[in-house]
Design a protein around this ligand. Structure first.
Ligand code: ADP
Length: 558
């Protein structure tokens, strides 16, 4: 089967317009010789006639010319010489075979096809002329009577040659058109590929020249691009002895702590889970190594149909900025610490002054205002100090088995009087929770911040609910209020330092935006999570979640 197809392919190459003159002629000579041999089996006398031998002679000359001459160096018109000689040979043989002259005449179509293929309409014209002169004219000359029958029959062969030739020329023209189209399409494609390669190189140079780490993932979360800055970050965060870790194996921690980020909190994972976020702080690599805190931002990539096609995550090194902020924090801590002692003394003396008998009402009201503001100042100083201590990571958590439900009850009790004064109902919906490793006083401070906010941002007549419950492997504590609530946009920045919502500022509700960021840090230090759900005008729910496992990730540093 293989041999047959290889022969077919070879013959196809010879007879195609691309085949060279020598191989075409050898092919035609082989056909003519085969024909001669077959005839000589029964009519050897025909073959031995002068005319047949002359035909073979012409064929021999044509074949010799085809092999010897370098046709590609001559003008194309010379290409007609060998086919015309072949036609002469056919005409001579045909002349001998009177009985079956039409059948022999068909042999002439082979050189006609070659000429039409090579010289197009010129070839067809030469072929028609040659057939008329070599075959049609002699037939007419030999006819007994020249009438319409003989004329029509003699013109039949030139007519068929004309038709076949035109068919070949037409088909080749069509092929040429397709070939040109294909060539121009290929050229265009090559140019596009070249342009794509150039812009890819440009993009690579640009993203490699920026100082921020860039990683692009496809919709399944596989890396498709990582610039050199990101490769360095990858290297820093690789665990020791692992040169090619997967994303899940990289050492990523909550900023400034040794607490590892849970899998669904890792920046790339969050992006793969279709989150878009900005300035998400993470520390990478072994704890205590300088220059390793990054702000990550993620955006989703959409394809041309607007469907999600992956995500890009950018990491910028904020270590020096954080170091600067830390030194400012140390300064603020020192100042607030120093403020506490004189303020406590001022408050003490103000209280003594307020206790003075027969104080004029006007002076009493001045002292009242001074006392309230001094208290407020002391509160701010204390909060600032607590916040700075928590940020500096110097305060160790003292972890002991404790129930979150007990903390909730304690906090509700602490705030009962204030709630009553503010006309807010506090509902305690506490289900006893299992013991966890907690620093009770610090967590009490965190839950206290939430309850204090709930009371502060809920108008009189509202309700605040403190709830604990056990869910699967988690222990949950929720503080829900029916207060002013927050928009989605306000919630996005809620745990950022010194952030206050516009609603809170517009309503002149006192506060300084420290409580929630401090609360978040305390919760995270316990290996927990904090989240919020809120609607403007309807209220808010803050939820703390802790894994039931005691080794929930807490490292004991707030
Ligand atoms: P602040 O001292 O301003 O209350 P926080 O850090 O505790 O500082 O809170 C930050 C901001 O979050 C608040 O200023 C307020 O705008 C908003 N907020 C906090 N808790 C609530 C709440 N329960 N309802 C509405 N807004 C709240």
């Amino acid at each position: 089967m293989d041999a047959v197809s290889s022969w077919t392919a070879r013959i196809g190459r010879v007879v195609s317009p691309a085949g060279d003159t020598a191989s075409k002629q050898l092919y035609f000579a082989a056909i003519m010789l085969g024909y001669t041999v077959l005839i000589s089996l029964s009519h050897v006398e025909m073959v031995l006639t002068g005319q047949f031998l002359a035909a073979l002679g012409v064929l021999l000359v044509a074949t010799a010319l085809a092999v010897v001459i370098r046709w590609e160096e001559l003008r194309p018109l010379w290409g007609a010489l060998v086919p015309v000689l072949d036609m002469v040979a056919v005409a001579l043989v045909r002349d001998l075979m009177r009985e079956s002259s039409m059948a022999v005449s068909l042999l002439v179509l082979i050189p006609v096809l070659w000429m039409a293929a090579r010289l197009r309409m010129t070839g067809v014209s030469i072929a028609v002329l040659a057939v008329t002169v070599l075959i049609a004219a002699p037939s007419l000359a030999r006819a007994d009577a020249i009438d319409s029958l003989t004329i029509t029959h003699s013109l039949l062969l030139p007519f068929i040659v004309l038709q076949v030739g035109m068919l070949v020329v037409g088909a080749l023209k069509l092929l040429d058109g397709q070939h040109r189209k294909l060539a121009s399409a290929l050229e265009e494609k090559a140019a596009l590929l070249e342009a794509a390669a150039t812009s890819e190189q440009l993009l690579k140079n640009v993203i490699d020249s920026v100082g921020v780490g860039i990683v692009v993932v496809d919709r399944d979360g596989h890396d498709v691009l990582m610039n050199s800055a990101q490769q360095r970050i990858h290297q820093i965060s690789s665990p020791e002895g692992n040169d090619d870790p997967s994303e899940a194996e990289l050492t990523l921690r909550y900023p400034g702590t040794t607490t590892p980020l849970p899998p669904d909190q890792r920046p790339v994972r969050r992006a793969v889970l279709q989150e878009t976020y900005s300035n998400y702080l993470v520390s990478v690599g072994p704890a205590g190594v300088a220059g390793t805190t990054f702000a990550a931002s993620a955006r989703q990539i959409l394809d041309r149909r607007g469907e999600r096609d992956g995500a890009v995550v950018v990491f910028s090194d904020v270590s020096s900025y954080i170091e600067m902020v830390r030194s400012q924090q140390r300064f603020v801590a020192a100042v607030s610490h120093e403020l506490r002692t004189p303020l406590t003394s001022v408050i003490g003396y103000l209280e003594m002054a307020q206790d003075t008998p027969e104080l004029p009402p006007e002076a009493a009201s001045y002292l009242e205002v001074a006392h309230r503001n001094a208290e407020q100042l002391l509160l701010i100083a204390q909060d600032l100090l607590a916040d700075q201590v928590a940020r500096s990571g110097t305060q160790k958590l003292t972890l002991r088995p404790h129930r979150l439900s007990a903390i909730a009850e304690q906090v509700v009790e602490d705030f009962a009087l204030r709630a009553e004064q503010e006309g807010i109902t506090v509902v305690q919906d506490v289900e006893q929770t299992p013991e966890l490793s907690l620093d009770a006083p610090r967590l009490q401070q965190a839950v206290g911040n939430l309850l204090s906010n709930a009371l502060k941002y809920t108008p009189a007549g509202g309700t605040v609910r403190v709830q604990t419950r056990v869910r699967q492997n988690e222990v949950e504590l929720c503080v829900t209020d029916t207060g002013i609530g927050m928009s989605d946009q306000e919630q996005a920045n809620l745990f950022t330092d010194y952030y206050r919502t516009e609603t809170a500022r517009d309503r002149h509700i006192p506060g300084h935006g420290i409580g929630l960021s401090l609360t978040r840090r305390l919760v995270v230090a316990h290996g927990g999570q904090i989240s919020v759900r809120s609607r403007p005008g309807e209220g808010s729910t803050f939820t703390l979640r802790f894994a039931q496992r005691p080794e929930g990730g807490a490292d004991g540093t707030a």
